[in-house]
Write a protein that binds this ligand. Structure first.
Ligand code: GLU
Length: 310
Protein backbone atom coordinates (compact mmCIF):
# COMPACT_ATOMS: atom_id res chain seq x y z
CA UNK A 1 0.00 0.00 0.00
CA UNK A 2 1.00 3.56 -0.65
CA UNK A 3 2.16 5.23 2.58
CA UNK A 4 -0.18 7.98 3.66
CA UNK A 5 2.27 10.82 4.05
CA UNK A 6 0.21 13.28 2.01
CA UNK A 7 2.34 13.28 -1.15
CA UNK A 8 2.83 10.02 -3.07
CA UNK A 9 6.02 8.28 -1.92
CA UNK A 10 7.30 7.28 -5.34
CA UNK A 11 10.64 5.95 -4.08
CA UNK A 12 8.86 3.58 -1.71
CA UNK A 13 6.54 2.46 -4.52
CA UNK A 14 9.42 1.79 -6.92
CA UNK A 15 11.38 -0.15 -4.29
CA UNK A 16 8.31 -2.23 -3.45
CA UNK A 17 7.51 -2.85 -7.12
CA UNK A 18 11.08 -4.04 -7.71
CA UNK A 19 10.95 -6.49 -4.81
CA UNK A 20 7.51 -7.76 -5.80
CA UNK A 21 8.69 -8.38 -9.38
CA UNK A 22 12.22 -9.58 -8.58
CA UNK A 23 11.36 -13.22 -9.24
CA UNK A 24 10.16 -12.32 -12.75
CA UNK A 25 13.41 -10.58 -13.71
CA UNK A 26 15.63 -13.14 -15.43
CA UNK A 27 12.58 -15.07 -16.64
CA UNK A 28 11.91 -15.20 -20.40
CA UNK A 29 14.30 -15.18 -23.33
CA UNK A 30 16.70 -12.40 -24.22
CA UNK A 31 16.08 -11.40 -27.86
CA UNK A 32 18.61 -13.10 -30.11
CA UNK A 33 17.14 -12.60 -33.59
CA UNK A 34 19.30 -9.47 -33.58
CA UNK A 35 22.57 -11.18 -32.54
CA UNK A 36 24.09 -8.11 -30.84
CA UNK A 37 21.12 -7.98 -28.44
CA UNK A 38 21.83 -11.49 -27.14
CA UNK A 39 24.73 -10.06 -25.09
CA UNK A 40 22.36 -8.35 -22.65
CA UNK A 41 22.64 -9.46 -19.01
CA UNK A 42 19.42 -11.46 -18.39
CA UNK A 43 19.43 -10.47 -14.69
CA UNK A 44 19.60 -6.71 -15.25
CA UNK A 45 16.58 -5.01 -13.69
CA UNK A 46 15.71 -1.37 -13.14
CA UNK A 47 12.89 1.13 -12.94
CA UNK A 48 12.68 4.95 -13.06
CA UNK A 49 9.88 7.46 -12.69
CA UNK A 50 9.85 11.13 -13.74
CA UNK A 51 6.99 13.28 -12.48
CA UNK A 52 5.34 16.04 -14.49
CA UNK A 53 6.84 18.65 -12.20
CA UNK A 54 10.43 17.51 -12.35
CA UNK A 55 10.99 14.94 -9.62
CA UNK A 56 13.00 11.88 -10.56
CA UNK A 57 13.14 8.52 -8.78
CA UNK A 58 14.84 5.22 -9.60
CA UNK A 59 15.68 1.78 -8.30
CA UNK A 60 17.99 -1.04 -9.43
CA UNK A 61 19.86 -0.55 -12.72
CA UNK A 62 17.87 2.57 -13.57
CA UNK A 63 20.80 4.53 -15.03
CA UNK A 64 22.25 1.69 -17.11
CA UNK A 65 21.79 2.18 -20.88
CA UNK A 66 20.11 -0.56 -22.94
CA UNK A 67 18.87 -0.91 -26.51
CA UNK A 68 15.58 0.99 -26.71
CA UNK A 69 14.44 -0.85 -29.87
CA UNK A 70 10.70 -0.36 -30.45
CA UNK A 71 10.37 2.23 -27.70
CA UNK A 72 11.92 4.59 -30.26
CA UNK A 73 8.69 4.25 -32.30
CA UNK A 74 6.82 6.35 -29.79
CA UNK A 75 9.30 9.20 -30.32
CA UNK A 76 9.33 8.96 -34.12
CA UNK A 77 5.52 9.17 -34.12
CA UNK A 78 5.47 12.14 -31.75
CA UNK A 79 8.11 13.99 -33.79
CA UNK A 80 6.12 13.40 -36.98
CA UNK A 81 2.93 14.69 -35.33
CA UNK A 82 4.67 17.78 -33.93
CA UNK A 83 3.38 21.08 -35.31
CA UNK A 84 -0.03 19.54 -35.93
CA UNK A 85 1.07 17.45 -38.93
CA UNK A 86 -1.72 14.86 -39.47
CA UNK A 87 -0.97 13.48 -42.95
CA UNK A 88 0.67 10.38 -41.48
CA UNK A 89 -2.78 8.99 -40.65
CA UNK A 90 -3.49 8.60 -44.36
CA UNK A 91 -0.48 6.29 -44.59
CA UNK A 92 -0.81 4.24 -41.39
CA UNK A 93 -3.81 3.06 -39.34
CA UNK A 94 -4.58 3.11 -35.63
CA UNK A 95 -5.94 -0.37 -34.94
CA UNK A 96 -4.28 -3.27 -33.13
CA UNK A 97 -2.97 -5.77 -35.65
CA UNK A 98 -3.68 -9.03 -33.82
CA UNK A 99 -0.46 -10.27 -35.43
CA UNK A 100 3.22 -10.42 -34.45
CA UNK A 101 5.09 -7.11 -34.68
CA UNK A 102 7.02 -8.11 -37.78
CA UNK A 103 4.18 -9.85 -39.64
CA UNK A 104 3.82 -9.47 -43.41
CA UNK A 105 0.38 -10.95 -43.90
CA UNK A 106 -1.88 -7.96 -43.25
CA UNK A 107 0.05 -5.69 -45.59
CA UNK A 108 -1.01 -7.86 -48.51
CA UNK A 109 -4.74 -7.51 -47.90
CA UNK A 110 -4.50 -3.90 -46.71
CA UNK A 111 -2.56 -2.71 -49.74
CA UNK A 112 0.56 -1.43 -48.06
CA UNK A 113 -1.16 0.63 -45.32
CA UNK A 114 0.17 -0.78 -42.01
CA UNK A 115 -2.34 -1.33 -39.21
CA UNK A 116 -0.67 0.99 -36.69
CA UNK A 117 2.51 3.03 -36.16
CA UNK A 118 4.02 0.62 -33.62
CA UNK A 119 4.26 -2.62 -35.59
CA UNK A 120 7.43 -2.71 -37.68
CA UNK A 121 5.60 -1.97 -40.96
CA UNK A 122 3.92 1.12 -39.51
CA UNK A 123 7.10 2.32 -37.84
CA UNK A 124 8.95 2.07 -41.16
CA UNK A 125 6.34 4.37 -42.75
CA UNK A 126 6.64 6.82 -39.81
CA UNK A 127 10.45 6.74 -40.15
CA UNK A 128 10.09 7.54 -43.85
CA UNK A 129 7.95 10.57 -42.97
CA UNK A 130 10.37 11.75 -40.28
CA UNK A 131 13.24 11.38 -42.74
CA UNK A 132 11.35 13.59 -45.22
CA UNK A 133 10.67 16.16 -42.50
CA UNK A 134 14.13 16.31 -40.93
CA UNK A 135 16.66 14.70 -43.30
CA UNK A 136 17.92 12.67 -40.31
CA UNK A 137 15.23 10.62 -38.58
CA UNK A 138 17.48 8.81 -36.10
CA UNK A 139 19.36 12.03 -35.38
CA UNK A 140 16.07 13.76 -34.58
CA UNK A 141 15.16 11.02 -32.09
CA UNK A 142 18.63 11.13 -30.47
CA UNK A 143 18.50 14.92 -30.20
CA UNK A 144 15.07 14.76 -28.58
CA UNK A 145 16.16 12.14 -26.04
CA UNK A 146 19.38 14.00 -25.22
CA UNK A 147 17.55 17.24 -24.60
CA UNK A 148 14.62 15.84 -22.61
CA UNK A 149 16.86 13.57 -20.53
CA UNK A 150 19.61 16.18 -20.26
CA UNK A 151 22.06 13.46 -21.24
CA UNK A 152 24.43 14.11 -24.15
CA UNK A 153 25.61 10.48 -23.98
CA UNK A 154 22.43 9.04 -25.54
CA UNK A 155 23.71 7.48 -28.78
CA UNK A 156 23.09 4.84 -31.41
CA UNK A 157 25.08 1.64 -30.81
CA UNK A 158 26.62 1.09 -34.26
CA UNK A 159 27.15 -2.61 -33.59
CA UNK A 160 23.46 -3.20 -32.82
CA UNK A 161 22.40 -1.16 -35.86
CA UNK A 162 24.76 -3.18 -38.09
CA UNK A 163 23.54 -6.42 -36.54
CA UNK A 164 19.93 -5.44 -37.28
CA UNK A 165 20.79 -4.53 -40.85
CA UNK A 166 22.67 -7.80 -41.30
CA UNK A 167 19.68 -9.83 -40.14
CA UNK A 168 16.94 -7.55 -41.44
CA UNK A 169 15.44 -9.65 -44.22
CA UNK A 170 11.95 -9.39 -42.78
CA UNK A 171 12.09 -5.61 -42.28
CA UNK A 172 13.51 -5.25 -45.79
CA UNK A 173 10.64 -7.35 -47.12
CA UNK A 174 8.12 -5.15 -45.28
CA UNK A 175 9.72 -1.97 -46.58
CA UNK A 176 9.86 -3.18 -50.19
CA UNK A 177 6.28 -4.33 -50.01
CA UNK A 178 5.15 -0.95 -48.64
CA UNK A 179 7.18 0.78 -51.36
CA UNK A 180 5.53 -1.39 -54.02
CA UNK A 181 2.22 0.12 -52.89
CA UNK A 182 3.62 3.64 -53.17
CA UNK A 183 3.63 4.23 -49.40
CA UNK A 184 7.36 5.05 -49.03
CA UNK A 185 8.73 8.35 -50.31
CA UNK A 186 12.45 7.85 -49.68
CA UNK A 187 14.61 4.97 -51.00
CA UNK A 188 14.03 1.72 -49.10
CA UNK A 189 17.69 1.36 -48.08
CA UNK A 190 17.80 4.87 -46.60
CA UNK A 191 14.58 4.38 -44.66
CA UNK A 192 15.79 1.05 -43.26
CA UNK A 193 19.15 2.52 -42.22
CA UNK A 194 17.33 5.26 -40.29
CA UNK A 195 14.92 2.74 -38.78
CA UNK A 196 17.78 0.53 -37.53
CA UNK A 197 19.67 3.55 -36.25
CA UNK A 198 16.78 4.75 -34.07
CA UNK A 199 15.95 1.24 -32.83
CA UNK A 200 19.63 0.82 -31.86
CA UNK A 201 19.67 3.92 -29.63
CA UNK A 202 20.95 3.18 -26.14
CA UNK A 203 19.27 4.91 -23.23
CA UNK A 204 18.49 4.09 -19.60
CA UNK A 205 15.20 3.86 -17.69
CA UNK A 206 16.06 7.30 -16.34
CA UNK A 207 16.56 8.77 -19.82
CA UNK A 208 13.39 7.21 -21.20
CA UNK A 209 11.18 8.23 -18.27
CA UNK A 210 12.39 11.83 -18.68
CA UNK A 211 12.01 11.75 -22.47
CA UNK A 212 8.53 10.18 -22.32
CA UNK A 213 7.29 12.72 -19.81
CA UNK A 214 5.80 14.98 -22.50
CA UNK A 215 3.03 12.41 -22.89
CA UNK A 216 2.22 12.68 -19.18
CA UNK A 217 2.44 16.50 -19.52
CA UNK A 218 -0.27 16.59 -22.21
CA UNK A 219 2.28 17.37 -24.92
CA UNK A 220 4.65 19.77 -23.11
CA UNK A 221 8.41 19.23 -23.29
CA UNK A 222 10.82 19.61 -20.37
CA UNK A 223 11.44 23.29 -21.17
CA UNK A 224 7.69 24.03 -21.24
CA UNK A 225 7.48 24.33 -25.02
CA UNK A 226 4.77 22.34 -26.77
CA UNK A 227 5.68 19.26 -28.82
CA UNK A 228 2.13 17.97 -29.28
CA UNK A 229 -1.27 19.55 -28.91
CA UNK A 230 -3.25 18.32 -25.91
CA UNK A 231 -5.46 16.25 -28.16
CA UNK A 232 -2.53 14.71 -30.05
CA UNK A 233 -0.92 13.75 -26.73
CA UNK A 234 -4.21 12.10 -25.76
CA UNK A 235 -4.36 10.32 -29.12
CA UNK A 236 -0.79 9.02 -28.94
CA UNK A 237 -1.52 7.69 -25.45
CA UNK A 238 -4.64 6.05 -26.88
CA UNK A 239 -2.70 4.31 -29.65
CA UNK A 240 -0.07 3.25 -27.09
CA UNK A 241 -2.74 1.70 -24.90
CA UNK A 242 -4.22 -0.32 -27.76
CA UNK A 243 -1.13 -1.04 -29.88
CA UNK A 244 2.02 -0.32 -27.82
CA UNK A 245 2.81 -3.75 -26.40
CA UNK A 246 2.82 -6.00 -29.47
CA UNK A 247 -0.01 -8.49 -29.57
CA UNK A 248 -0.56 -8.27 -25.80
CA UNK A 249 -2.22 -4.87 -25.55
CA UNK A 250 -5.23 -6.42 -23.85
CA UNK A 251 -3.13 -8.23 -21.27
CA UNK A 252 -1.01 -5.11 -20.62
CA UNK A 253 -4.16 -2.98 -20.10
CA UNK A 254 -5.54 -5.67 -17.79
CA UNK A 255 -2.39 -5.97 -15.69
CA UNK A 256 -0.85 -2.50 -15.80
CA UNK A 257 -3.66 -0.21 -16.93
CA UNK A 258 -1.44 2.41 -18.56
CA UNK A 259 -0.54 3.42 -22.10
CA UNK A 260 2.93 2.05 -22.78
CA UNK A 261 5.50 1.00 -25.34
CA UNK A 262 7.74 -2.04 -25.12
CA UNK A 263 10.87 -2.96 -27.05
CA UNK A 264 12.75 -6.20 -27.58
CA UNK A 265 15.69 -4.75 -25.63
CA UNK A 266 13.50 -5.43 -22.56
CA UNK A 267 12.36 -1.88 -21.78
CA UNK A 268 8.77 -0.78 -21.22
CA UNK A 269 7.92 2.94 -20.99
CA UNK A 270 4.47 3.76 -19.60
CA UNK A 271 2.57 7.01 -18.98
CA UNK A 272 0.45 8.07 -16.06
CA UNK A 273 -1.24 11.06 -17.74
CA UNK A 274 -1.08 14.20 -15.61
CA UNK A 275 1.39 12.63 -13.18
CA UNK A 276 4.50 10.85 -14.44
CA UNK A 277 6.26 8.63 -16.94
CA UNK A 278 7.70 5.37 -15.65
CA UNK A 279 10.14 3.04 -17.40
CA UNK A 280 11.11 -0.48 -16.34
CA UNK A 281 13.77 -2.73 -17.88
CA UNK A 282 14.65 -6.41 -17.74
CA UNK A 283 15.93 -8.17 -20.89
CA UNK A 284 14.02 -11.49 -20.67
CA UNK A 285 11.01 -11.46 -23.03
CA UNK A 286 7.75 -13.40 -23.23
CA UNK A 287 6.62 -15.05 -26.46
CA UNK A 288 5.06 -11.78 -27.74
CA UNK A 289 8.27 -9.76 -27.18
CA UNK A 290 7.37 -7.96 -23.94
CA UNK A 291 9.78 -7.98 -20.99
CA UNK A 292 8.54 -10.37 -18.30
CA UNK A 293 10.27 -8.51 -15.45
CA UNK A 294 9.43 -4.99 -16.65
CA UNK A 295 5.73 -5.79 -17.08
CA UNK A 296 5.69 -7.48 -13.67
CA UNK A 297 7.30 -4.39 -12.09
CA UNK A 298 4.78 -2.03 -13.72
CA UNK A 299 1.94 -4.35 -12.73
CA UNK A 300 3.15 -4.26 -9.11
CA UNK A 301 3.63 -0.48 -9.25
CA UNK A 302 0.11 0.33 -10.47
CA UNK A 303 -1.44 -2.32 -8.21
CA UNK A 304 0.34 -0.95 -5.12
CA UNK A 305 -0.20 2.70 -5.93
CA UNK A 306 -3.62 2.63 -7.60
CA UNK A 307 -2.07 4.95 -10.22
CA UNK A 308 -3.50 3.75 -13.52
CA UNK A 309 -5.86 5.26 -16.08
CA UNK A 310 -8.66 2.95 -14.86
N1 GLU B 1 14.52 -3.15 -34.49
C1 GLU B 1 13.65 -4.23 -34.09
C2 GLU B 1 13.08 -4.92 -35.32
O1 GLU B 1 12.88 -4.27 -36.30
C3 GLU B 1 12.58 -3.66 -33.24
C4 GLU B 1 11.82 -4.73 -32.61
C5 GLU B 1 11.07 -4.32 -31.38
O2 GLU B 1 11.62 -3.83 -30.41
O3 GLU B 1 9.86 -4.56 -31.43
O4 GLU B 1 12.81 -6.08 -35.32
Amino acid sequence: MERHTGAVDYQYLLDEAMSAARRSAGVGRVADYIPALARADPDAFGIALATVDGELYGAGAWTQPFSVQSISKLFTLALVLADGEQGIWERVGREPSGNPFNSLVQLETERGIPRNPFINAGAIVVTDKLLSLTGDAAGAVRAFLRTEADNPLVRTDPEVAASEAGHGHRNAALAHFIASHGNLVNPVEEVLAEYYAHCAIEASCRDLALAGRFLARHGLRADGSRLLSRSDAKRVNGVLLTCGTYDRGGEFAYRVGLPGKSGVGGGVLAMIPGRAAVCAWSPGLDAAGNSVGAVAALDAFTTLSGLSVF
